[in-house]
Design a protein around this ligand. Structure first.
Ligand code: URA
Length: 450
């Protein structure tokens, strides 16, 4: 069957549902250049307004995931699972989760992204770990592995974390750049196909999604997040994968540490069986579900218990040590993070101005303060400072007394530290004793296989 792109755009503009071969034609044509940018931009805008059926969304996802390399892990003698978060402030969960799940016997081939705007990225956090590099030239933790090396590392360690390779989902790379400049990012079917195509091409048998909700998240409201989560679970299952989505709170930051090397510090606390309760709970819940979907535990409670055990008995920490070493980082980071990780020259406290209960925190504002310290990027090409960021000594709902540190600012220069302190003083509020801040529950919803 031969198609004309203009006719398919018109059909979508008029609200028709396209067939699988028609969607394949558009995506194949866009990647090989026979469908030009202006036609794909028109198609994206028509989709933005008219939406897609569940079938069309799954076909779009499938066409996009097949647009480049597709990894398979069938030759391994253990199951594989992965996790994706829609991103937030202080969300370092992939770092403790990947070694914990691998320590429990399930393979984790994880292809991650970088931070943009107020959200951090797993790759930037890992790259803050210095070391000899895989080539011995001092480059530190290396996330730029070839797919062959990635596969070999997963076969040996059951886990590896790398960045996007040029030929994984080229359709998404091109389409995302186009959507970014044509006001067509905020379309549920396009977001579903974009996020899920990258994850499905990576080949893991099961996928757990963490859809963040709140001011620091891509989805600001529970309703929006539920729509996105349901559509992602549905499309993933139509493409033959086990998928579960959790909706978790991102109205305040997750955990206590925000900033690249600082989030590695919190990761090591978690892998030593400690760390903030919310980060640990999310690690155990997501990891437990990965084990359940992979079929190694009967239910999520057993999965959570297995992940918690791996955090408490040191097996996840030992797995992290091996990951760091295999990727060219200095494995001693696990024993003495303060000696290995880059340290900001200036560390200043933000003190409580009275007695009371720490009020709600706005994740977006906290994330932006951290970006202004140099921990994040405003544009893709910006450099980041791995050492800077924020460490909260108190979280919303904690009782504090006047003069007690609420937060530590880690900065490269005094002027930036002072600006962050002033911004945090304006941002952090104290409630009278006995009052609790109004915030989302940590676990808001879970969308399982129907
Ligand atoms: N992240 C993605 O990878 N794609 C989208 O469309 C939106 C967020």
């Amino acid at each position: 069957m031969h198609y004309r792109a203009a006719e398919l755009i018109a059909a979508k503009r008029d609200g028709a549902a396209l067939s699988k071969p028609a969607i394949d034609f558009l995506i194949r044509g866009y990647v090989d250049g026979s469908v030009p940018d202006y036609q794909m931009a028109a198609f994206a805008m028509a989709t933005f307004f008219k939406g897609m059926t569940a079938d069309e969304t799954a076909w779009l996802l499938d066409a996009m995931q097949r647009s480049g390399d597709v990894l398979h892990w069938d030759d391994l003698d253990f199951p594989t699972a992965d996790k994706h978060s829609t991103g937030g402030v202080g969300d370092k969960i992939s770092l403790p989760l990947a070694p914990a799940v691998a320590a429990c016997g399930v393979g984790v081939p994880m292809i991650s992204g970088r931070g943009l705007g107020h959200t951090g990225g797993t790759l930037d956090k890992l790259e803050s770990i210095p070391g000899p590099g895989r080539d011995g030239k001092g480059g530190g933790f290396d996330v730029r592995l070839s797919l062959e090396d990635f596969k070999a590392m997963v076969a040996e360690l059951r886990v590896s974390l790398i960045g996007q390779t040029p030929n994984l989902c080229p359709a998404d790379r091109k389409m995302y750049a186009l959507r970014d400049v044509t006001a067509t990012v905020e379309s549920i079917p396009l977001i579903v196909a974009s996020i899920m195509s990258k994850k499905l091409a990576e080949g893991a048998g099961s996928l757990v999604l963490d859809v963040k909700v709140g001011s620091g998240a891509f989805m600001r409201t529970v309703d929006q997040a539920q729509l996105l989560a349901r559509a992602m679970v549905d499309a993933g299952q139509r493409c033959g994968r086990n998928v579960t989505a959790f909706l978790t709170a991102m109205d305040r930051p997750l955990g206590t540490h925000i900033g690249n090397a600082l989030e590695v510090v919190e990761t090591i606390e978690l892998l030593r069986g400690g760390g903030p309760a919310d980060s640990r709970a999310v690690t155990c819940r997501l990891g437990g579900e990965m084990l359940r979907l992979a079929g190694t535990v009967p239910d999520i409670n057993a999965g959570e218990a297995a992940i918690a055990k791996s955090l408490d008995d040191g097996s996840a920490l030992e797995k992290f040590r091996k990951i760091v070493q295999a990727h060219g980082g200095d494995p001693r980071v696990v024993d003495t993070p303060e000696l290995i990780l880059p340290q900001a020259p200036i560390v200043r406290p933000v003190l409580a101005t009275g007695d009371g209960v720490v009020g709600a925190m706005d994740a977006l504002q906290i994330g932006l303060i951290s970006v202004r310290l140099g921990a994040g990027r405003n544009r893709k090409e910006d450099d980041i400072d791995p050492s800077v960021g924020l460490v909260f000594a108190a979280k919303p709902g904690d009782t504090v007394v006047k003069g007690q540190p609420l937060c530590w600012v880690h900065a490269g220069e005094e002027a930036r530290a002072q600006r962050a302190i002033a911004e945090l003083q304006a941002e952090l509020s104290l409630l009278p004793a006995g009052q609790m801040p109004d915030q989302l529950p940590l676990f808001i919803d879970a969308i399982y296989k129907p």
